[in-house]
Design a protein around this ligand. Structure first.
Ligand code: ATP
Ligand code: MG
Length: 869
């Protein structure tokens, strides 16, 4: 009925999207009709039509604890929705919502109550004045209820419709109104007016297109239509309830406690069936864990009802039966779904059985000692190590007239949470936000000081934004090993790149980052094959690149030492970057380095290289290192034992990779020196092959220049260039004299055409010479002004469609109030341009040569006006 209604309103009906989101790492499972449509809302992708309607499968993990307790929450439900992408907005959405509920479904308007976001006067107005709801029946609710915002993506204010299930279902409180959490007023439909985009960090921007996103629980609507008390009693769900009663032999609506269990099982088996059908499998993380938790809770509630043995796999047949028309793939996958559920249930059964025997052992021991309170640590071990549910422990203890030291147990739980938190913090946020690698705190073993190739084992895989058990060809991701020869980006030194391989499976490492817990995160992409957890790995770095990095890093130490000898002991390292054969070193110093200083520094580094000193690396207590005179970074904290790198006179604390002999740095050259902050200078330099490449490219340029300047050898270049510059200088002088002479002649010529206006000599001339150069024009103006104190000369030249206008006014003219600046401004404007300047000289121009004559003709008028004649 819903989908047809909106089809009549020109909506395109789409199938439900699968429960697993596509390309949305911010979401574990689809939780609303709009969730799979985010790119259509943000405008990132084009929707198939501007109006769409769906009935969408949804999982809401954060409602799990409510399930069975309220009448209106399922972890699984279907959501009806109509959507507008930049098409209709609040007015139509509200009017159609009301039309559907009252006219199509036929609900009693007296039982329906709309709500709006308290600041949304527009929506209030539509409900009150267009739909005609009495204002006192419309509630204005706050941000919590009526502002729809889920992680990143489209969001906005909303307007809900509540159904009044009668006082008998209410909490009885005098302020029980729509929005109250009790079961009297049930929210059935929510109309979201998506106006904003949340970037995921709470920054909101207006969407260019305003959208409509509505959601109505199918079960909740059915519940109201069928006049039943809860979403579990609507026709398609109640048959599952009946089946649970049949299997357990416990009648529904006999006792509140067992009713909760029956409802939990009913909901969870629906959710699990639909999830498995969409491709989710039980596991210890992410979606898989949600599924595992649902199945275990269902199994657990089965035991509470007295069911022994597996039963959930039988129940899923009823779920499939009720849903197969809408979701025909349930039929194809029926056998598979039942098998997965059975395996999971059996495993859980084993856990429970193993836990039971340990617990029974404990109970016997305690009994012998005459104790009746189970220690928190014992209960915690059962829970943590064996996965035995704590409520089961409590129950079994009660049957044996024992109890649990709950306070101590909670203490253990809190400690474990703190440990987990610490481990999470330790892993840092270098991995994709929000992803826990699920590893302990052991650092990755780094073997790259000695090795360029090593073996390791895959401990964690992150791909598609979450941890997983494998990564396949084409996927980008992060791999964590137990040990690695890859250097992680650290202390200014760039990370290694290379490959991780296991047989045919090859992962290309493009970067390595260290998490706070010293896990090496290998970033990259799977080239071929598939890698899985615990696969043995051959890890191999790009050895040539590492060699070049070593050259640059050892040279950095030698540079540091040279700076201190040449400039003084005040030089302190302020930052550094070490790349293959390229380095950047920032240090404290207060003036620019002179050419001599730079040459001395470069020379000293090259000498240190040529000394061919052995580089020694050793670990020692920090105090001992200081006694040796090792240079430590100011303000840096070091552990008890430090790594000391010594080469020649340089002794530094450093974790980087180094040459074993300084000579291997090859050659060192400084390419730049400049200031990066007050009192901080930066040197950029090259080593090894990069220096040689720079040299050969410089030599190449010199020989090209020598060819162009026709000298035999590059040494002759300086002499030749000096010679050529002298020739150019002479030519310029001659040229200037010629121009000036030429200008004099022209000025004389121009002056003969001057008009007398009020005693001034007014000239308006277009200098026709096609090659006229601005400099010449200026010279003519200068000459005219020098010769004639009463001159007002407006000269123009045209080149292509570009007009240049200059004006000069002699002293007398200026005194009489004629200003060159004004003349140029006005004439330029007439030529479609602009200009201005001082009273005695100004310059401008335009783009319309056709108007030039007219513009110049206007000059006389301006002069007359200025003179008042
Ligand atoms: P409530 O406050 O009752 O939990 P909600 O504000 O979370 O509802 P929305 O997020 O606006 O609900 O979802 C739109 C519609 O989906 C609701 O009006 C309701 O009909 C339905 N719905 C939401 N959560 C559930 C659920 N857990 N089980 C069944 N239906 C639900
Ligand atoms: Mg909710």
């Amino acid at each position: 009925m819903f989908l047809s209604f909106f089809e009549e309103k020109e909506h395109l009906r789409l199938q439900s999207f699968p429960l697993i989101p596509r390309g949305d790492p911010s979401l574990l499972l689809i939780n609303s009709g709009m969730a799979p449509m985010k790119p259509w809302f943000t405008g990132e992708q084009e929707p198939p039509r501007k109006r769409v309607c769906t009935c969408q499968k949804c999982i809401r993990t954060n409602d799990i604890d409510n399930v069975g307790k309220t009448s209106r929450h399922g972890s699984y439900f279907e959501m009806l929705g109509n959507f507008s992408f930049g098409d209709y907005f609040k007015h139509d959405a509200i009017v159609w919502c009301w039309e559907f509920l009252t006219e199509r479904v036929g609900l009693d308007p007296a039982l329906l109550y709309p709500s709006v976001f308290h600041e949304d006067d527009q929506a209030f107005d539509i409900w009150a004045n267009v739909v005609g709801i009495a204002p006192e029946r419309i509630s204005r609710l706050g941000r919590d209820d009526n502002f729809w915002d889920h992680g990143s993506g489209p969001c906005g204010p909303c307007s809900e419709v509540y159904f009044d299930r009668g006082e008998e279902n209410g909490c009885g409180s005098p302020d029980c109104v729509p929005g109250c959490d009790c079961d009297r007023f049930v929210e059935i439909w929510n109309n979201v007016f998506t106006q904003f985009d949340n970037d995921g960090s709470g920054n909101y921007s207006e969407l260019s297109q305003k959208n409509i996103d509505t959601g109505m629980g199918l079960e909740r609507l059915a519940c109201v239509c069928q006049g039943v008390g809860s979403m579990f009693e609507v026709d398609t769900v109640v048959s599952i309830i009946d089946k649970v009663s049949e299997i357990s032999g416990v009648k529904y609506k006999q006792a509140a406690g067992s009713d909760v269990s029956i409802r939990v099982i009913t909901d969870h088996i629906r959710a699990a069936t639909m999830m498995i059908c969409d491709g989710v499998l039980p596991s210890n993380e992410g979606r898989g864990y949600v599924l595992r938790r649902l199945l275990r809770r269902a199994a657990r509630h089965g035991r509470l009802l007295g069911v022994t043995g597996v039963f959930l796999s039988d129940l899923c047949a009823t779920v499939i039966e009720e849903n197969k028309t809408a979701y025909p793939d349930l039929i194809d996958k029926a056998g598979f779904i039942a098998r997965i559920i059975r395996i999971e249930e059996e495993n859980f059964g084993k856990t429970v059985d193993a836990g039971m025997s340990i617990l029974n052992g404990l109970i016997a021991e305690y009994g012998k000692r005459g104790e009746t309170i189970l220690a928190g640590t014992d209960a915690f071990k059962l829970y943590d190590t064996y996965g035995f549910p704590i409520d089961l422990t409590v129950e079994v203890l009660a049957e044996n007239t024992m109890a649990l030291d709950e306070e101590a147990f909670n203490g253990c739980m809190e400690q474990q949470r703190a440990r987990a938190r610490k481990a999470r913090e330790a892993l840092g946020d270098l991995a994709w936000a929000g992803i826990e690698l699920g590893l302990d705190n052991t650092p990755t073993e780094f073997t790259g000081y000695e090795k360029e190739e090593d073996t390791g084992v895959v401990l964690a895989i992150v791909t598609h934004g979450e941890t997983g058990s494998s990564i396949s060809a084409g996927d980008e991701g992060i791999i964590v090993l137990d040990k690695t020869p890859f250097y992680a980006e650290m202390g200014g030194q760039s990370a290694d790149i290379g490959v991780l391989a296991c047989g045919e499976a090859v992962f290309i490492v493009t970067g390595v980052q260290l998490s706070k817990g010293d896990k090496y995160l290998h970033y990259g992409k799977m080239r071929t094959g598939t890698l899985s957890l615990y696969d043995p790995i051959d890890a191999k770095i790009d050895a040539g690149r590492r060699k070049a990095i070593k050259r640059a890093h050892s040279a950095t130490h030698m540079l540091h030492e040279a700076l201190r000898t040449v400039l003084g002991e005040h030089v302190r390292q302020a930052g550094s970057l070490v790349e293959p054969d390229k380095l950047r070193f920032d240090f404290t110093h207060f003036s620019a380095l002179t050419r001599d200083e730079l040459r001395d520094i470069e020379h000293q580094v090259n000498e240190a290289i040529l000394d061919g000193a052995d580089v020694s690396v050793c670990e020692m207590p920090v105090e001992e290192a200081k006694k040796l005179g090792a240079t430590a970074l100011f303000g840096e904290k070091y552990g008890d034992s430090v790594r000391v790198v010594q080469m020649g006179a340089s002794i530094e604390l450093c974790g980087g990779t180094h040459l074993d002999n300084t000579a291997k740095a090859g050659a060192f050259s400084i390419i730049a020196e400049f200031s990066v902050a007050f009192g901080v200078r930066r040197i950029e330099a090259l080593t090894g092959l990069a220096t040689l490449d720079a040299l050969s490219s410089a030599r190449n340029h010199l020989s090209i220049l020598a060819g162009m300047l026709k000298v035999g050898a590059p040494e002759e270049l300086v002499g030749k260039v000096e010679q050529n510059m002298q020739v150019l200088r002479n030519l310029r002088t001659q040229l200037d004299a010629a121009i000036s002479k030429d200008a004099d002649n022209e000025a004389r010529q121009i002056l003969t055409g001057a008009k007398d206006i009020g005693g001034l000599k007014v000239i308006t001339t277009i200098v026709e010479d096609v090659n006229v150069d601005i400099e010449k024009l200026r010279q003519i103006e200068d000459t005219l002004r020098d010769w004639e104190s009463g001159v007002v000369a407006v000269l123009a030249a045209v080149k292509g469609d570009k007009v240049t206008i200059m004006a000069a006014c002699g002293k007398e003219a200026v005194t009489k109030g004629v200003k060159a600046g004004d003349l140029v401004r006005e004439t330029s404007k007439l030529c479609g341009g602009s200009g201005g300047g001082k009273p005695d000289f100004a310059m401008g121009g335009g783009k319309d040569p056709g108007k030039l004559r007219e513009a110049l003709n206007a000059v006389d008028g301006y002069v007359r006006e200025a003179l008042g004649v």
